[in-house]
Design a protein. Sequence first.
Length: 249
Amino acid sequence: MRTEDSSSGPEARRGVFATTHWSVVLASADQDSPQAAAALEQLCRDYWYPIYVYIRRQGHPPEAAEDLTQEFFARLLAKDYLSAVRPEQGRFRWFVLCAVKRFLINEGQRARAAKRGGAVRHVAFDGHAAEGHYGLEAADSTTPDKLFDRAWAVALIERVHRLLQEEYALEGKAELFERLSVFLSGDKAGATYADAGARLEMTEGAVKVAVHRLRRRYRELLREHVAQTTRTAAELEEELRDLRAVFAG
């Protein structure tokens, strides 16, 4: 009689969410720990552009939007907002968007220039690059909430792509990733397995196998990264559906 492998049973699956960024961030509201601080800072790095986009779409000019984004993160890192977090509120993305909305309402027209360069803990980001990205979307009539979701999705995809690229580089397969990464997206720009094989000195069949492995690892990393901001398997699936919907729409 076959017994269930404990590594894939219900307890193991629940364990996937036991040490996610979201759970660590929730814990950080009550205790200061290096693990919680590192998790929160990583989430800030992931979310700075979606937040910047949301603030810009609310009508704030670039410099003011950058100041507001930094001030929001200063408050978040100081845990001012975490005391209001409740597990039943759901996904971290929703919490962040609601927190930004409350922050903008409360902040109003208060002077923010003094925060620049002061003793405020900043989250590193390239404001010039952010504005360049935003300029490509400025003509879009999408609502601030939808624009936030799209920026979140793009930032997530870009991060997973970088992580996968780093994995291949560490394995000495940087060229393989460079040649095959085009097959991760729907727009292959006329690329074929035969052409990739010729450049890599691989058979077309070997390229197909390599692309299959690349896509599988990409999906695994994507799920792992999304799981960092969800608490349950159901929330993870909902977030993945939202991610697909952003690109489908």
